[in-house]
Every structure is written in C-alpha cells, then in structure tokens.
Design a protein around this ligand. Structure first.
Ligand code: FMN
Length: 196
C-alpha cells in the first residue's frame, strides 16, 4: 500500500504531531510505503475567478508557478491520502483548505475525478470542548468530499488538546490512531472492513 500523509498543523510538536506519529507507528506494521509532506513547505495558489471552468478544461495557467503539479503527482501515486489537520473554526486549517480547494484540479469534463478509487482518511485534533462540536463538522465535510470525488472514505481519528478547561488526550486516543494505521496498511477502513 502506498500512503501519502499531508501534514497541516503549523506546530511540528503539538497535538496533531503526536496523533499523526501514533498513526504512523501503526502504518509501519505492514509492508507500506509511506511518504509524509508538510503542506507549509508547498506553494498552493488560491482558486481564481472561473477556476472550476478552467479546471474542467485542464487549464491551470492562472495558478502561476505553484506546486500543485508536484502535489498532484504525489496524490496520483498514492493508494491512500491521509490529511492531518487541527480543527480551525470547525474546518480544516487554512493552508490545508486551500490545498483541498484545489482538488477540483483533478475533476474532468464528465465530473469524474482522477482521485477516484483512492482512500481518504483524516487525523484531526481539536479543543475537546463539546460546545465547539470537536471535529464532527470537519469529518462530515471530508467524508462528503470523498464521496463527491468517488474516493473511498476510510474514516477519521481525533484527539482533544490539553486546556485548563478540558481533559486533554489520553492513551486511548493514541492507541486508536495506531490501530487505525494498522488497518489502513491492510486496506481496511476504521471499522476493519477491507475496502481497498
Ligand atoms: C484559529 C484556531 C481555531 C480553532 N478552532 C477550533 C474549533 O472550531 N473547534 C475546536 O474544537 N478547536 C478549535 N481550535 C483548537 C485547535 O483545534 C486545537 O488546539 C488543536 O489541537 C491544535 O493542534 P496543534 O497542537 O497541532 O496545533 C482552534 C485553534 C485555533 C488556533
């Protein structure tokens, strides 16, 4: 299995890093080829007026000299894409969101996507305050995005952060992430169903 992890937290030692590390540990248990990249190391242009129309024609001139061609090659080479992002206002972090906006680059005139058939998984961290709905909205948005793109939704793991007013992550969060990594390496979704 070839896995591309796209890391999207500006903090390389924070809550998202720890959860992503646990998942990586699980991924390593099988003969899996894993590449991790940090979205902050790549230049991704914002979408522009009539972007969708241009994307359907495969015309990306207005993106200028950005790194989307490189990122697309990496995505096309992978069987599973794993996005790692803290929840920012119920959604992906801005850098990651701009990257996902540009996934419409992969849509063809018949609305099929070149990402069709690939697995999509999410690793996300949040405040742990249920008044903020944790990562529920983000998970729903990414599951719907996977469906639209004809991708296979593999599931999501999350963990709360440590705040004076929340309990913070516990070992079980990291154990679940590690187990998820093991399942992904076997082409299984979070439930353990073999879907790839
Ligand atoms: C700009 C911003 C917006 C945030 N929005 C939310 C939110 O909507 N819901 C939530 O539960 N946590 C929210 N948080 C908390 C972060 O998701 C949480 O602290 C996360 O674990 C940080 O990950 P990191 O340690 O990798 O930076 C927000 C944090 C920031 C900085």
């Amino acid at each position: 299995m070839k896995v591309l992890i796209v890391y999207g937290s500006p903090d390389g030692k924070g809550n998202s890093r720890r959860l992503a590390d646990a998942l990586q540990e699980g991924l390593k248990t099988e003969n899996t080829e894993v590449e991790e990249i940090d979205i902050h190391d790549y230049k991704v242009s914002f979408v522009w007026s009539n972007y969708f129309g241009d994307a359907l024609q495969n015309n990306f001139e207005k993106a200028g000299d950005d790194d989307m061609p490189k990122l697309k090659d990496k995505m096309f080479a992978a069987d599973i894409l794993i996005l790692v992002s803290p929840v920012y206002w119920y959604q992906l972090g801005g850098r990651m969101k701009t990257f996902v906006d540009r996934w419409a680059d992969t849509i063809n005139t018949d609305f099929s996507s070149d990402l069709m058939g690939k697995g999509l998984a999410l690793v996300t961290t949040h405040s742990g305050l249920n008044i903020m709905n944790s990562s529920n909205y983000l998970q729903l948005a990414m599951e719907a995005t996977a469906r639209f793109m004809g991708m296979v939704w593999m599931g999501a793991v999350d963990a709360p952060t440590s705040l004076p007013i929340s309990s913070g992550p516990i070992d079980a969060h990291y154990q679940i992430a590690k187990n998820f990594g093991e399942k992904l390496a076997r082409g299984e979704n979070l439930i353990g169903q073999k879907v790839l």
